[in-house]
Design a protein around this ligand. Structure first.
Ligand SMILES: Cc1cc2nc3c(=O)[nH]c(=O)nc-3n(C[C@H](O)[C@H](O)[C@H](O)COP(=O)(O)OP(=O)(O)OC[C@H]3O[C@@H](n4cnc5c(N)ncnc54)[C@H](O)[C@@H]3O)c2cc1C
Length: 426
């Protein structure tokens, strides 16, 4: 069912990430007594939120957040960095407030193994920690050996699908390419993290090229035959970047058989060779390695969970949220990870205190920038139907929207970023 966007946003209360979720979950921010120990693995969109909301719902619960990085770079906003519209500092955040204001014990280390029988996690640095409840939000990792000659760690083909050094690499390649060069962007077959993000990336790179290297081209070699917000993207490309972006679906290029690193070249199953001055291969993905190594994923490479608690259906007292989990119709986005983090926090506190959780509604919106002043978006609402998170309504920007509305949506995108990162780190 598609409903009018304005009505949808009103129903969702979409700007109030915090308010909507605390009332949705039927939890007042009361102090539940507890001596429980919770460990959260991964300080990104899901993990920070889950750790923080457990402390908000139950301040006497000891929460440890384990994350190797001292500075977390968000993927949202990283396409603007790649297109030289924002500095790296714009997407960098630290964990100081989570410790100082919320009493979360933040350990900068990497979990190397989980023993679900003894309920112990072991860190790369040698530390050993006991838990009563364990939450994993380790994001994604890349499937290996999917294309002959390709290695996701090869700096010749930066993926920039985990933000940080990779973002910098791709930006620097774009900035140093010649006018008249070709940029290839190669998204994998779904499911992957942030379905509209490859096309936002193409748009913002086109914005940079049209202002600085207008003879250049972008070719998208897609692992799919259609893509998120397709009609809106295509309409905007025709308008803002005519002739600059070519999109080729997998039925036309046949998939990739190999890459030739020295020539920055992709060879397709249909026998064509695509050469780029910049080649951004976004590799096929699966759950974060620690989830896979701990036996929490099934054959799909993602972790099955109960939809109302995000507890693993494979191992008890271990919850998996964010990109790593199978969340029914919810896509792998930061907004979805935020919602899952809160639902999971409420479920763990309910388990500790013996209180029931009330109604759960799930929602998610995602903005994409076509240029700094041209934004589009889509929002979805979900309900649990037959034990599955199922999409029940959606809305997206209108193809008929005026310039003023596109400009407003670009401002809303900035507001969304500020609001969600404040929720995570402030
Ligand atoms: C270019 C791009 C643009 C995007 N734009 C948007 C957007 O506009 N809106 C949106 O909603 N989403 C967007 N996303 C998607 C969003 O970034 C992800 O969906 C979100 O980060 C998922 O959160 P997560 O907690 O699952 O993983 P992450 O945020 O990636 O966090 C995982 C963390 O776990 C840590 N970790 C991994 N293994 C271990 C271990 N063994 N021990 C300890 N820590 C570990 C990692 O260091 C990492 O910090 C975008 C993604 C990309 C690539």
């Amino acid at each position: 069912m598609t409903i009018e966007r304005r009505q949808f946003i009103q129903t969702l209360g979409a700007t109030g990430l915090l308010a909507s979720m605390s009332s949705t979950l039927g939890f007042s921010l009361s102090h539940a007594a507890s001596g429980a120990r919770v460990i959260v693995i991964g300080g990104g969109f899901g993990g920070t939120i889950c750790a923080k909301y457990i402390r908000k719902f139950s301040p006497s619960t000891a929460v440890t957040l384990i994350e190797p990085k001292k500075n977390y770079f968000t993927c949202p906003g990283s396409n603007s960095v790649i297109a030289n519209l924002r500095p790296m500092t714009h997407i960098s955040h630290n964990y100081n407030k989570l410790g100082a204001e919320y009493g979360i014990s933040v350990l900068h280390d990497k979990v190397s193994s989980i023993d679900s029988t003894t309920k112990i996690v072991t860190l790369k640095g040698g530390g050993i920690h006991n838990y009563d409840f364990l939450v994993l939000s380790p994001g994604i990792d890349f499937k290996s050996d999917t294309i002959e000659g390709y290695n996701p760690n090869d700096e010749t083909f930066p993926h920039a699908w985990k933000a940080g050094e990779q973002t910098r690499l791709l930006r620097d390649q774009i900035l140093s390419m010649d006018d008249g060069g070709t940029v290839i962007i190669a998204p994998p077959t779904r499911p992957f993290r942030a379905p509209p993000a490859p096309y936002e990336r193409a748009s913002l790179i086109a914005h940079y090229l049209s202002e600085n290297k207008p003879r250049s081209k972008i070719i998208i070699l897609d692992g799919n035959n259609d893509f998120s917000k397709q009609a809106l993207f295509i309409q905007a490309w025709k308008k803002l970047y005519p002739g600059m972006i070519d999109w080729v679906g997998i039925k036309d290029h046949g998939g990739f058989s190999a890459v030739h690193t020295p020539y920055r070249e992709i060879v397709t199953n249909s026998g064509n060779h695509f050469k780029g001055q910049v080649v951004n291969i976004i590799p096929p993905q699966e759950a974060g390695l620690i989830a896979i190594q701990s036996g929490l994923a099934d054959d799909s490479g993602w972790c099955p969970v109960k939809p109302d608690t995000f507890e693993s259906t494979i191992q008890k007292n271990i919850h998996v949220i964010g990109d790593s989990c199978q969340a029914g119709d919810m896509p792998k986005t930061g907004h979805a990870a935020n919602a899952e983090g809160k639902i999971c926090a409420a479920a763990i506190v309910a388990s500790i205190t013996g209180r029931p959780i009330m109604d759960i509604t799930y929602n998610m919106s995602i903005y994409s920038l076509i240029s700094p002043k041209y934004g589009i978006s889509m929002s979805e609402n979900y309900q649990m139907i037959d034990s599955r998170i199922t999409k029940v309504s959606s809305a997206s920007s209108s193809l008929k929207a005026k310039k003023k509305t596109r400009r407003k949506e670009a401002q809303y995108a900035a507001g969304w970023y500020k609001s969600i990162t404040s929720d995570m780190f402030k």
